[in-house]
Design a protein around this ligand. Structure first.
Ligand SMILES: [Zn+2]
Ligand SMILES: [Zn+2]
Length: 341
């Protein structure tokens, strides 16, 4: 890794981020936090390898659709898949991630409960489990202790392939679990969240069964129920999982680094729509509590749009929208300016 530039945190910002993520935002003696400025480059071979792992399964699903059209998939399956994808993916991005992990806004009770349930329907585990893992990820991002860094086996091509697969899915099988009592005590104390977490098996059943029921009713056939179960339950859950996991794998290997972070988190434009704006992951690691991740011109962030809408209805408050001076302080200086500064 090349020399890391420094970023000045105000005492208040540092306290806020330390309260959020624990020990790892520790500043050095001079009050600065060492930051990664995104100058490391990976080779073309590495990028192609990673692209094959990520792209082939997605393309395979798309190619399956025309083969199955007319007998194995129809419009009701497509519609149900998109609706259930949108609800559950945003349950993760707005609920599990921006609200419960990072406290980017304050919801009323109804919104809090709805988001916890929508996130649970994604079948990525109960909310406190997910939040604990993700807070630990921020606390140790791309260093020892990160539950899913693609860099844990080094930056050789083989190491990166191994690390990529680990960050994408392998970490889920890790025996070592993040202690919830340490990383998500606030959620354990919340009675609504505790009840929703205990009911997790119910949300799994609802998520898998309701598309089949709706598909059956829409087409008034058993056949419609079966195809809806295949596409809007099984394939949809798989797609949501892979998109979430891609933030951990793809966005910590690839992407642009307009903002300074302590890790390798990058902004990956082609994942922005599928991930509900979460692939602007470089900004997210640079300013974790910010409610909008796509802060630069033209960066699509549907999760931020929905939070805006909820705020407009008066259902959420204290939204941490991006502050220009905060963003400016985190911008990577254009080449050459580092030396002059
Ligand atoms: Zn990350
Ligand atoms: Zn995060």
């Amino acid at each position: 890794m090349t020399a890391t530039p420094d970023i000045k945190y105000t005492a208040a910002e540092l306290a806020e981020e330390q309260a959020l993520t624990g020990q790892a935002y520790a500043a050095r003696e001079d009050g600065n936090v060492p930051m990664f400025n995104g100058e490391d480059k990976q080779t073309l071979a590495e990028r192609i390898t990673v692209g094959i792992f990520v792209g082939v399964p997605l393309v395979a699903v798309l190619f399956a659709i025309p083969f199955a059209w007319g007998w194995g998939i129809g419009w009701s399956d497509i519609a149900l898949s998109i609706i259930f994808f949108a609800i559950t993916a945003h349950g993760i991005t707005i609920g599990y991630h921006r609200l419960f992990t990072h406290g980017s806004f304050k919801p009323n009770r109804g919104v809090k409960i709805a988001l916890a349930i929508a996130g649970s329907l994604a079948i990525e585990g109960p909310v406190a489990r997910w939040v604990a893992d993700h807070r630990k990820h921020h606390a140790f991002s791309d260093q020892d202790g990160d539950p899913h860094s693609p860099w844990r086996y080094g930056d050789s091509t083989i190491g990166l392939i191994k690390g990529f697969l680990f960050a994408h899915m392998g970490w889920l099988f890790d025996v070592e679990q993040t202690p919830i009592s340490k990383y998500a005590p606030d959620l354990i104390k919340d009675k609504d969240i505790a009840r929703i977490s205990r009911l997790f098996p119910l949300w799994v059943a609802v998520s898998l069964i309701s598309p089949a029921v709706l598909g059956g009713l829409l087409t008034w056939s058993w056949h419609g129920a079966v195809t809806a179960f295949f596409w809007a339950s099984i394939i949809r859950v798989g797609m949501v999982h892979h998109v979430t996991w891609s933030i951990n794998s793809v966005c910590h290997v690839w992407g642009k680094h307009p903002f300074m972070t302590r890790d390798r988190a990058g902004n990956v434009a082609w994942l922005a729509i599928l991930s509900g704006g979460e692939s602007w992951h470089n900004l997210h690691h640079s300013d974790p509590t910010c409610a909008r991740h796509g802060v630069l011109r033209g960066q699509i962030d549907s999760s931020a749009r929905i939070i805006e809408l909820l705020e407009w209805f008066g259902w959420v408050s204290d939204v941490r929208w991006p502050k220009p001076e905060r963003l400016e302080a985190r911008r990577v200086a254009p080449r050459g300016e580092n030396a002059a500064a």
